[in-house]
Design a protein around this ligand. Structure first.
Ligand SMILES: Nc1ncnc2c1ncn2[C@@H]1O[C@H](COP(=O)(O)OP(=O)(O)OP(=O)(O)O)[C@@H](O)[C@H]1O
Ligand SMILES: [Mg+2]
Length: 240
């Protein structure tokens, strides 16, 4: 479904991705792991066709979904036509709006006008958000804000969801809960997930396959269970 071939991306004159290739099949959970600055967020932003200065310029290679190249597409078309959405690093919700307003605003790209039904579905997935529907978002806890960020992404009716560090700042119990919910969305709704994580152990436990990024290059790949047991991966990314 998603094919990334020899992708190069740069911020100004500095190349951040040096020609990476990977693929994601429909219904799969794939994780990209790697250290700080490896190029994980850069990869997701390039896939979404977001623009400089926060996002890189693609300088080579291709990104296709079902054979259609995304290179000349604007980010909003990637969301609305391709059905690929990013839940970005650091949440990016509208703090001065309520939970309900944040969800309503995120529904702009839906083909059908079934916003209320979609919101009910998100409240089923995250009951905490339902209890706080009328609360200003900047007063939510970190975990609740992360749930809202994912809820917003789901409001776009995406087929492929990109998640940048969904576990960041979450207490272990909430983190496991979140990953259980993601796994459920994958199993029940067939949502394809690309998860970027520094918590490589957790990500590899939920993923089908993984890729390891190191300074803009893919240095390892394989079934997640196999990566979990490779000695060099354990030593470098899983705390020995
Ligand atoms: N907007 C930007 N302008 C210039 N350089 C950038 C920009 N964003 C990222 N970079 C650089 O690109 C490289 C890859 O950064 P990226 O954010 O993709 O890393 P990451 O793997 O997501 O790291 P982390 O785990 O810390 O989030 C880094 O060297 C970073 O400094
Ligand atoms: Mg990042």
């Amino acid at each position: 479904m998603l094919q990334v071939s020899n992708l190069k991306a740069a911020y100004g004159k500095i190349e951040a991705l040096h020609g990476i290739s990977f693929q994601v099949n429909r219904g799969e959970i794939v994780t990209l792991i790697g250290a700080n600055g490896a190029g994980k967020s850069t990869t997701l932003k390039a896939l979404m066709r977001l623009r400089p200065p926060e996002s890189p310029v693609v300088t080579g290679g291709d990104i296709t979904v079902d054979g259609v190249s995304l290179l000349d597409m604007a980010a909003h078309r990637v969301v609305a036509d391709i059905g690929m959405t990013l839940a970005p690093e650091g949440r990016r919700i509208f703090g001065n709006l309520t939970v309900m307003e944040n969800l309503q605003l995120a529904s702009w790209s839906r083909r059908e006008q079934d916003t209320d039904k979609a919101i009910r579905h998100i409240f089923d997935l995250f009951p905490r958000l339902a209890e706080r529907a009328r609360q200003r978002s900047d007063t939510l806890s970190g975990g609740e804000q992360q749930m809202l960020a994912i809820g917003r992404a789901l409001m776009t009716q995406c087929a492929i969801l990109l998640l940048d560090e969904p576990s960041m700042g979450l207490a272990p119990l909430i983190m496991y809960d979140m990953f259980r919910t993601l796994k459920k969305l994958n199993a029940e709704a067939g949502l394809t997930l690309i998860i970027v994580e520094q918590n490589a152990h957790l990500a590899l436990q939920v993923a089908d396959r993984g890729y390891v990024l190191d300074t803009g290059q893919i240095v390892a790949e394989g079934p997640a269970q196999e990566l979990l047991h490779r000695p060099e991966i354990k030593a470098a990314y899983l705390g020995g």
